[in-house]
Ligand binder design. Structure first.
Ligand SMILES: Cc1ncc(COP(=O)(O)O)c(C=O)c1O
Length: 392
């Protein structure tokens, strides 16, 4: 049966993780996979998560199945966290999913079920798994311009491309800090985009995994909330992997904001898609999230930790940009200080990226995407020297 099967090309991020693990050099630096790291290079369990887990361990008296949509308390807490009341609950249908990636897949399944001919518009700079998630669900993707050649948002290109969107097309948007370039849409861009989508009759689909890593919880959800308050239909895939540090627990939510008349149908369809693909979403991580968000003291503790994570990454950005200016004597890498969230797309050629890896043990993705949380006071100077040496 399996004789004709060939192994798929490894996912670029997973392959880089494996190459880093196999590298035996002591000074190697991992700026690849998108996980937060502390000053010691660890991805710790947040103290608020530990406290919530202790409470769950003490109080939980059953592990029996819940509903196909997942825990209602989690869904409600996430709706509030994401939307902040921008759309009434009567318009929100949501289900839990195993992480944000599965939420993207479930939303794609929903689109295929509803309107399989929809084109999904995807920013030219995106995550390696966006296109496979879309095409594996049987949908077609089309790129829209995102980054300008000189860095920053290619606003005219983005709006010109999305003017081509047809009614019923879906536009995949990166929530705050989600674009791998570190370049976000400004509030004015979200507003203009909202007007364009309304005019074209296209549906926004926001992939949101870094709420809290930009300017704060509410500000980071501003773009999504703007759309949710103004457009008749909005799709959302959100993750708690990064802002709760719950990566391996697989905590995500797939959400459709629709008319109140259609809300119950959408909720049933989304639950049916869960049934079809994995039945019940994982509960433990989702329960940790609802426990934290539902308790004043735990929520405060979590926010304090999240604020510290954001501040550390921002400090790393400034330190790397300064060190690179000193090492290269140029402003080539100045964008690093201004960009948001964990990622930046370093302006490096494919050859420079390979040399960085081979000669210096500094691991960034082939397109130059680097995780700023992988830097620390111990390795920033070495990293800047390595980058300067391959770009000389
Ligand atoms: C496209 C995309 N969306 C969302 C996420 C959120 O992460 P997770 O699936 O771990 O919740 C990821 C992370 O891999 C991703 O690649």
């Amino acid at each position: 049966m399996f004789e004709t099967l060939t192994a798929p090309k490894p996912d670029a991020i997973i392959a880089l993780m494996q190459a880093f693990a196999a590298d035996t050099r002591a000074g190697k630096i991992d700026l690849g996979v998108g996980v937060y790291r502390d000053e010691e290079g660890r991805t710790p369990v947040m103290a608020a998560v530990k406290a919530a887990e202790a409470r769950i361990l003490a109080e939980q008296d059953s592990k029996s199945y819940l509903s196909l949509a997942g825990d209602a308390g989690f869904l409600q807490a996430m709706e509030t966290l994401l939307l902040g009341g921008a759309a009434p609950s009567a318009r929100v249908a949501a289900v839990g999913t195993p992480g944000g990636s599965a939420a993207v897949r479930q939303i794609c399944e929903l689109i295929r079920k509803t309107r399989p001919e929809s084109v999904i518009w995807v920013s030219a700079q995106t995550w390696p798994n966006h296109l496979p998630l879309i095409t594996a669900a049987g949908l077609q993707a089309r790129p829209y311009r995102y980054l300008a050649p000189e860095g920053g948002l290619d606003q005219p290109g983005l709006f010109a491309d999305l003017e081509q969107a047809a009614a019923g097309d879906v536009v995949l948007l990166h929530g705050c800090c989600h674009n791998p370039s570190g370049v976000d849409l400004a509030p004015q861009d979200w507003a203009e985009l909202g007007a364009l989508l309304a005019r074209r009759g296209a549906v926004p689909f926001v992939d949101m995994a870094y709420q809290g890593f930009g300017a704060g919880l509410d500000a980071d959800a501003g773009g999504l909330r703007h759309l949710a308050a103004r457009l008749p239909e909005v799709l959302v895939a959100a993750s708690c992997s990064k802002n709760f540090g719950l990566y391996r627990e697989r905590v995500g939510i797939a959400m459709a904001i629709v008319s109140a008349a259609q809300r119950d149908t959408l909720a049933a369809v989304l639950a049916g898609l869960n049934r079809q693909n994995f039945a019940f979403p994982p509960d433990h991580g989702a329960r940790v999230v609802s426990t934290i968000l539902g308790d004043v003291a735990l929520r405060h503790q979590w926010l304090t930790e999240l604020d510290a994570m954001r501040a550390r990454v921002q400090a790393n950005r400034r330190a790397l940009a300064e060190a690179l200016r000193a090492e290269t004597g140029s402003d080539r890498f100045a964008g690093v200080a201004a960009e948001q969230g964990m990622f930046s797309l370093l302006p490096l050629s494919h050859d420079e990226v390979q040399r960085l890896r081979a000669e210096h043990g500094v691991y960034v993705l082939d397109d130059g995407r680097a995780n700023m949380a992988g830097l620390s006071a111990r390795n920033i100077a070495a990293c800047a020297r390595a980058i300067a040496s391959v770009t000389r």
